[in-house]
Design a protein around this ligand. Structure first.
Ligand code: HEM
Ligand code: SF4
Length: 584
């Protein structure tokens, strides 16, 4: 197995040179405190100043402004309308009805978009919270047992877990591991509690080891962890730094295969950046989970590139030092050896909608939420839907919990037989169940992009619904009405909508322009390959028309679109070395 790994002779374990400025700001931050507290009092600006602008990320917030009105405000000589986006920490995406009702009310009362956004990393975001309301937001979350610690910045972020309500005993245990990993790897600093929850500062001395795992400079870059239950790869292991693949025997969890070094982000035109699949290090019994998680994180902490942030993620560390060297170091630190990987298979990544009965006899209803946007709306094109009200009405009577999926959908989980009818009725009445949603729409996904994301180069969330209308018509014309293609759009190459694991991935290049990638598979084990650059919206449609017509006419029995484009030689397959991603 290990002979398949990248081999590197005389590896450079630590990259020397002038450290990135983020290293200075973490070091000087007094364990993520900075001067955020003082800044909060400053009402001359709606934003955060100097280092605090970055430091608030480690507390789960990004400073943003509405890009649709930026130019207008500039004309009026006003500063951009600063606000924050908050991302909660929700290991495994599980939230209970009391918590739901609290976030629903906060979204109504204090966010400028009035929505709850379910994200591709199984949590929710509030968009558009103004500075005077930020503390209240954290205190509201805290009052119902939630927080947003370490959901952004150079730390281990929200830990994902497959949303699998069917095998519920296994899911329960996998979910518990996701929570334990999340807690084990959290920053230990009390900065969050002091700043947002007004807890008193406890004096620490030099000798106190405040961050035994993350270190005083935290990690070189963001770090993402998952627990996944085959055959569903809904969380997309290859988009994450560290993955625990659940291995069960007779329905009992016995341990995990550990996959390290996945990641999707790249920069247009910079060939030193590339998406990379994770390597399988081997199997560990479940009791070693936390020790291995810690060893992977500390190895990346010590060997990750702190000079160049564009090459700082675990995927680049693995390629620089060699996966064998990285793995041996993890074994040394944990005092545990990986054994041969156990066999498992991923077959799909999508959610199954509608009701299923779990092995515990409880019922689970998966709802399709377009773009993960929970909002009441009324517009000329899509009619009116009261999704947010519907969820609130369900939360008022629901006795189980809710599970956010990594595909931006939502499961009403643990419904007793008696409550099934009323929950379904509420969901239908408020547009949360729509039997007419096509397979294509269910297989499509987009990141947020405009108007809130400062990095967006092209539309994504707002572009997707109309794009899917057109793709549906094309598929129908080509005799593919019930077929679907995994279609994902991101507003820039950072990859938040996981386009680099799609059968058709559209990656924003500029306003109305996308780079088109083709060829991932249903299991998500392959990175797609660049097919056309700078395609406009009309071009996207004509390409999809031509490609799907060929797929319809030439495919083998049951052949998926991504497999077809490779077999037909439309794009080459990227497999072995991801350094060759740009060239192969
Ligand atoms: C250098 C790489 C990246 C940067 C700088 C970045 C930055 C951002 C920013 C600024 C947002 C906020 C957008 C908004 O809500 O207005 C965002 C959202 C998000 N990002 Fe990233 N991101 C990166 C890569 C990724 C990757 C590879 C993933 C997952 C595979 C990811 C997952 C998410 C998720 C789940 C959201 C929330 C919104 C959504 O569901 O689309 N990010 N990111
Ligand atoms: S992919 Fe780019 S545009 Fe989309 S949310 Fe992420 S950073 Fe923003």
């Amino acid at each position: 197995m290990s002979s398949n790994f990248t081999q590197v002779e005389n590896p450079v374990l630590v990259v020397e040179g002038k450290q990135a400025d983020n290293e200075r700001l973490k070091a000087e931050s007094d364990y993520l405190r900075g001067t955020i507290k003082e800044d909060l009092q400053d009402r001359m600006t709606g934003g955060f100043t100097s280092d605090n602008f970055q430091l608030i990320r480690t507390h789960g917030m990004y400073q943003q402004d509405d890009r649709d009105i930026r130019a207008e405000r500039q004309k009026q000589k006003l500063e951009p309308l600063h606000n924050v986006m908050l991302r909660a920490r929700l290991p495994g995406g599980i939230i209970n009805p009391t918590q739901w009702l609290a976030i629903d009310k906060f979204a109504d009362d204090y966010t400028s978009y009035g929505s709850i956004r379910l994200t591709t990393r199984q949590t929710f975001q509030f968009h558009g919270v103004l500075k005077p309301n930020i503390k209240l937001m954290h205190q509201t979350l805290n009052s119902v047992g939630l927080d947003s610690i370490a959901t952004a910045g150079d730390v281990n972020r929200n830990v994902l877990c497959t949303s699998n309500p069917v095998e519920s005993t296994l899911h329960q245990e996998a979910y518990e591991w996701a929570t334990k990993i999340s807690e084990h790897l959290l920053p230990k600093t009390r900065a969050y509690a002091e700043i947002w929850l007004d807890e008193e500062k406890v004096e620490t001395t030099e000798a106190d080891e405040i961050e035994p795992i993350l270190g005083s400079n935290y990690l070189p870059r963001k770090f993402k962890t998952t627990v996944v239950i085959p055959p569903n790869n809904d969380i997309d292991v290859h988009a994450n730094d560290l993955n625990f693949v659940a291995i069960s025997e007779g329905g009992e969890l016995i341990g995990f295969n550990v996959l390290v070094g996945g990641g999707l982000a790249m920069t247009h035109g910079d060939k030193a950046t590339y998406p990379r699949c994770a390597d399988d290090f081997g199997f560990i019994p479940k009791e070693h989970t936390l020790a291995i998680a810690e060893a992977v994180v500390t190895t990346q902490r010590d060997w990750g590139n702190r000079v160049n942030r564009k090459n700082a993620k675990t995927k680049y560390t693995l390629d620089r030092v060699g996966a064998d060297t990285f793995k041996a170091e993890v074994e040394r630190r944990a005092g545990i050896e990986f054994s041969e990987s156990r066999s498992y298979e991923f077959t799909h990544r999508g959610d199954s909608f509608g009701w299923v009965e779990g092995i515990d006899g409880k019922n689970h209803l998966t709802l399709f939420i377009e773009n993960g946007r929970i909002l009441d709306f009324n517009d000329a094109n899509s009619g009116s839907k009261a999704l947010k009200t519907g969820m609130r009405e369900i939360a008022k009577i629901h006795k189980g919990d809710f599970r956010l999926t990594a595909n931006q959908n939502l499961i009403v989980a643990g419904v007793s037989a008696e409550d099934k009818a009323i929950i379904e009725q509420l969901a239908r009445e408020h547009g949360l169940i729509n039997d007419g949603v096509s397979n294509q729409r269910k297989s499509s996904m987009a990141c947020v992009a405009f108007p809130t994301c400062p990095l967006a180069m092209a539309e994504a969330e707002r572009y997707l619904p109309g794009l899917v209308d057109d793709v549906e018509a094309i598929l129908e014309k080509n005799g593919l009405k019930d077929d679907s293609i995994i279609l994902r759009v991101t507003g820039c190459p950072n990859g938040c909508g996981r386009a680099m694991l799609a059968e058709i991935g559209l990656v924003g290049k500029g306003p109305g322009k996308y780079n088109m990638y083709l060829g991932s598979d249903l299991a998500g084990s392959r990175v797609p390959k660049l097919y056309k650059e700078n395609v406009d919206e009309a071009g996207v449609l004509s390409e999809i028309d031509a490609l799907s017509a060929r797929w319809s006419a030439e495919r083998n029995d049951g052949e998926a679109f991504g497999d077809f484009v490779i077999r037909a030689g439309i794009v080459e397959q990227v497999i072995v070395s991801f350094r060759d991603f740009h060239h192969a």
